[in-house]
Design a protein around this ligand. Structure first.
Ligand code: SAH
Length: 220
């Protein structure tokens, strides 16, 4: 297997040709995407595809999100400088949490499937980012006791409803970014509390694995 640094050129190319070219412009997000070794977060058999701009299968029928979507969601949080605190629902491979950590955030990330939480922890350790990320096993849509308030919240699994329990955990002005809709037709939505109340913006179409629990699709 190649050393971590052997993938730097291919990561640079991914950032320039796939992310910047598709409109990601925040320098901090682009730098974090250049820094995080995505190949450590994909199954070994798929390592040659680690820097393609596609979602890939991980264990337990779940996926690691497409780099463009990770960058888009991270950018949409509009995190303050310094050391913002971010909640992620749906740890999956741990890659999104790693990108947030590389950007300087402290991350609380919740994963429903214990085996994935375990694997994500190992990948974050290999990437040298584990000290900035707390992984919790459970239903993230219920929030995490005593944690927050957050400077941003991401839900990285698709559901039918906004997990309302997370809204009071947002710091004033902070955004919740999540995929909403139906299994085959989801939209990335950004929600924040403006002067007149909650404001919902659409960031375009997307496709995520199902969110479990009461905010998920019926029968999932
Ligand atoms: N952010 C991930 C991709 C997430 S895939 C990455 O960067 O790789 C979606 C993940 O959400 C899956 O691992 C799934 O098990 C998890 N999930 C689904 N519903 C959940 C819930 N209610 N609480 C916590 N995790 C959930």
């Amino acid at each position: 297997m190649k050393a971590v640094d052997d993938y730097q050129d291919v990561r640079r190319a991914m950032v320039a040709e796939q992310l910047a070219a598709q409109g990601i412009s925040c320098p901090r997000v682009l730098a974090a995407m250049r820094d995080v070794p995505r190949h450590l977060f994909v199954p070994r058999a798929l390592i040659t595809q680690a820097y393609d701009d596609t979602a890939l299968g991980i264990d337990c029928g779940q996926t690691i999100s497409q780099p463009y979507i990770v960058a888009r969601m991270t950018e949409a949080l509009e995190l303050p400088a310094g050391e913002p605190l971010v909640l992620e629902v749906g740890t999956g491979s741990g890659y999104q949490a790693a990108v947030l950590a590389a950007l300087g955030a402290r991350v609380v990330t919740v994963e429903w499937i214990p085996a994935l939480a375990e694997r994500a922890r190992a990948a974050l350790e290999a990437a040298g980012l584990a000290d900035r990320v707390l992984i919790v096993v459970g239903d993230g849509t219920a929030g995490v006791d005593d944690a927050g308030p957050y400077d941003g919240v991401l839900v990285t699994a698709g559901g039918a409803q906004i997990p309302r329990a997370l809204l009071p955990r947002l710091r004033p002005g902070a955004a919740l970014v999540l995929p909403l809709g139906e299994p085959g037709h989801q939209e990335l939505v950004r929600l924040h509390h403006g002067a007149q109340g909650w404001v919902e913006e659409s960031l375009g179409g997307c496709r995520f694995v199902p969110l479990r629990g009461p905010c998920g699709w019926e029968g999932e």
